[in-house]
Design a protein around this ligand. Structure first.
Ligand code: GLN
Length: 493
């Protein structure tokens, strides 16, 4: 394991600018680490030649003193982002062989900031899932193991390949997307930082759509500072996405002042779930004590609609997905399975191309949008969504950010919860409301469970106030002093 793969973005940035190593050396170390991490199945495509060419271009800029924000930083890109000329499958067989003729706005921005692409990260099919078990190309393994138990664990999902790659030091950072928790929950399961920005902060253009009113791209990193640096490079208004917000992008890194004195930190009592492990409850209390010790003031707040958020999400997200996924018909992208008629070709293609979870979502979505059930389910869920957002609005009258656990459990074994979709959906109980309300949220590694697995705490903020979210997250990161490393690193791969 090379020392170069242990660096954060901020450290690599300093080392590159100080000529301690070149972007090529940094890329080579990571290309080797990507190869060593193959047993985790975190990548669907490796792009070493492209990485080296991008690194050489970065070295030239560094030499000319023209380094940009992410110059020479090697990244994994979730396979949901279209990358020009590079296989993009969204973890689905239906996009077999699809090489987009265009680049997503977010990845284009990262390359324009000097970043280097290592490859495409594995994910749950069409970003539907919390375990990375629903990928058409096999499950991703979490680089962590329970103490004294060698069963392979899930990395969380849907950005599980991204999280596993960053935790296993195969990439300095990665892109993720979060529709109901898919950045924050895998970050929590893999002991890294994951941030979902405000809806509209990052362009969705060129990201394969799951549920368009909820999807948002964000950074997955090994420090809060890195999240601030990378978000700055990803964010910004894009005329190609009508929901992208025409608001300026602040200097997020400058927001990390280390000073949260006087801030009010809301603690929602509805998040104290029955049956939640005591150690998660205890970690949450430790988080409250940390922000208090830093001069902030915890306040008890109420989000009464919390219990309706998850059911509403599992109506709205499948409804939007069933509409978005109608485009995969065997005509335009990827897989085509011939049939006797046009309709039969559609049916054959979709039956062969979509996995079980995607089919379940398309069925649910089509059902809740159908004429007889629209009012009872879809419309009702939209009303609940408004009430969930109102809850947060009322809470933010009384506090500046909210502090909660990220997920109700640590990572579980591959195969566990697989036959019980409801148990799987419960993973998102603390993350989904944030998407419904369009707010920014971050997961920070805050401690270890008794069995040695990482646990995250979540900070939620007002719309477009990522700066305060990051500032509070950094305080928690410092107080937690999380330095534990996954078993995969100790084993040398
Ligand atoms: N686990 C959630 C789902 O399955 C969230 C997925 C996501 O955020 N992309 O829908």
């Amino acid at each position: 394991m090379s020392a170069l793969t242990q660096l954060t973005i901020a450290e690599a940035r300093a080392g590159l600018r100080g000529r301690q190593f070149s972007a090529r050396e940094l890329a080579e170390a990571h290309i080797a680490a990507v190869a060593a991490a193959r047993p985790l199945n975190a990548f669907l495509a490796e792009t070493p030649e492209r990485a080296l060419a991008m690194a050489d271009a970065a070295d030239q800029r560094l030499q000319r003193g023209e380094a940009r924000a992410m110059e020479g930083i090697p990244l994994a890109i979730k396979d949901l982002f279209c990358t020009e000329g590079v296989l993009t499958t969204a973890g689905s067989r239906i996009l077999d062989g699809f090489k987009p003729p265009y680049e997503s706005t977010v990845t284009a921005k990262l390359w324009a900031a000097g970043a280097v692409m290592l490859g495409k990260a594995n994910m749950d099919e069409f970003a539907m899932g919390s375990s990375n078990v629903t990928c058409a190309h096999g499950a991703v393994e979490n680089p962590w193991r329970r103490r004294g138990d060698n069963r392979p664990l899930v990395p969380g999902g849907s950005s599980g390949g991204s999280a596993a790659a960053v935790a296993a030091r195969a990439a300095i950072a990665a892109t993720g997307t979060d529709t109901g928790g898919s950045i924050r929950q895998p970050a929590s399961f893999c002991g890294i930082v994951g941030m979902k920005p405000t809806y509209g902060r990052c362009s969705r253009w060129g990201i394969v759509a799951f549920a368009s009113s909820l999807d948002q791209a964000g950074p997955m990193t090994r420090s809060v500072r890195d999240a601030a640096i990378m978000l700055g490079a990803m964010a910004g208004h894009d005329p190609k996405d009508s929901t992208s917000a025409p608001v300026p992008v602040p200097d997020f890194e400058a927001a990390l002042t280390g000073d949260i004195r006087g801030l009010k930190i809301g603690v929602p009592h509805e998040y104290r779930l029955d049956g939640m492990p005591a150690e998660i409850e205890a970690l949450w209390q430790r988080g409250i004590d940390w922000v208090k010790a830093a001069g902030a003031e915890p306040v008890e707040i109420s989000l009464p609609m919390t219990k309706y958020a998850l059911p509403a999400y599992y109506i709205i997200a499948p409804a939007e997905a069933s509409s978005n996924l109608a485009r995969y018909d065997g005509v335009r992208f990827g897989l085509r399975v011939p049939g006797g008629s046009l309709d039969e070709m559609y049916e054959n293609t979709r039956a062969a191309g979509f996995g079980a979870e995607v089919r379940r979502r398309v069925l649910i979505g089509t059902y809740v949008l159908s004429a007889g059930y629209y009012d009872a389910y879809y419309l009702k869920a939209q009303q609940v969504r408004t009430l969930v957002a109102r809850d947060f609005g009322a809470a933010f009258q009384r506090c500046d950010v909210l502090l909660t656990p990220t997920a109700p459990s640590a990572a579980f074994a591959i195969g566990e919860k697989q036959d019980d979709p409801i148990a799987m959906y419960l993973n998102d109980v603390f993350t989904v409301p944030v998407n419904l309300a369009g707010l920014p949220g971050i997961s920070v590694p805050a401690g270890l469970a008794a069995d040695g697995l990482p646990l995250g705490l979540q900070v939620i903020g007002r719309a477009f106030d990522e700066a305060t979210v990051l500032r509070v997250a950094e305080i928690i990161e410092t107080a937690a002093g999380f330095t534990a490393k996954p078993a995969f690193l100790a084993g040398g791969g």
